[in-house]
Design a protein around this ligand. Sequence first.
Ligand SMILES: NC(=O)c1ccc[n+]([C@@H]2O[C@H](COP(=O)([O-])OP(=O)(O)OC[C@H]3O[C@@H](n4cnc5c(N)ncnc54)[C@H](OP(=O)(O)O)[C@@H]3O)[C@@H](O)[C@H]2O)c1
Length: 213
Amino acid sequence: MKVGIIGSGTVGKTLAKGFFKHGYSVMIGARDKNTLLEWSKSKGMGIAAGSFAQVATHGDFLVLAVKGECAKDALALCKESDLRHKLIIDTTNPIDSKRKPVNGVLPFFTDLNLSLMEILQTAYPNTYFVKAFNSVGSDLMVNPVLEHKPSMFICGNHSESKARTAAILDLFGWEVEDMGMMEAARAIEPLCMLWCISGFRNETWKHALKLVR
Ligand SMILES: NC(=O)c1ccc[n+]([C@@H]2O[C@H](COP(=O)([O-])OP(=O)(O)OC[C@H]3O[C@@H](n4cnc5c(N)ncnc54)[C@H](OP(=O)(O)O)[C@@H]3O)[C@@H](O)[C@H]2O)c1
C-alpha cells in the first residue's frame, strides 16, 4: 500500500510516521523537496521525500495536510491524472491566518453553508475526498492513549473511499463516526474550533472528541 502525503508540516510528518509504522510505503512532499531531505534522513528514516507532484504519483491514495488557504494551490501542483479516482484523506481546516483567534475561537475563511472540502471536491469532481483527522491535534492522530477510545468524524461522497479511510482510522486507534456526504464537512471542519477552544481554555492539548449513545 503506497500513500502520498501532500504537506510537510506537523500533520504531514506525524501521519507519514504513522503510516510507515503500520507498514505502508510512504512518500511525504513539500513544494521544495530539499526542505525535507534532512528530516527524511533522520526522524523520518525509511520515508521518501518528494515534491507534491511526485507524492501524488507515488500514492495509491493521498493525504492532504497543507494550510487550508493553500489547499487548492497545493493540489494544482500535482498532475490532475494523479488525483483522478484516488482517495484523498483531507485533514485541512479553513483557518484564516490573517485574523487572530477571539477568546480561543479560531477564525475561518469559509462560512457554515460551504466547507473547504466541498470547495475542493467541486474543483476535483473525479477525486474522492474524505474528511478526517481535522478535529484533533497532531500529537494524538496516531494510536492516541486516552481514557476512552476517541471518535473521528468523517464524511465524503464515495462509500468505498470512506470504508478505506475507516479501516485506516481503526488501525490508528479511532472509533469512526461516518457523518454522510461531503456537506457534513460544514459541521466537521468547525470541530477543530471546538477542540482548540478546550485547549486554549484548559491549557492542555491531550483531549479528543467522543460521540456516546
Ligand atoms: N497542526 C495540527 O495539530 C492540526 C490538527 C488538525 C488539522 N490540522 C490541519 O492540517 C493542515 C496542516 O497543518 P500543519 O499544522 O501540519 O501545517 P501548516 O503549517 O498548516 O501547513 C504546512 C503545509 O502547507 C504548505 N503550504 C504553505 N503555503 C503554501 C502555498 N502557498 N502553496 C502550497 N502549499 C503551501 C506547506 O508547504 P511546504 O511543504 O512547501 O512548506 C506545508 O506543506 C492544516 O490545514 C491544519 O489546519 C492541523
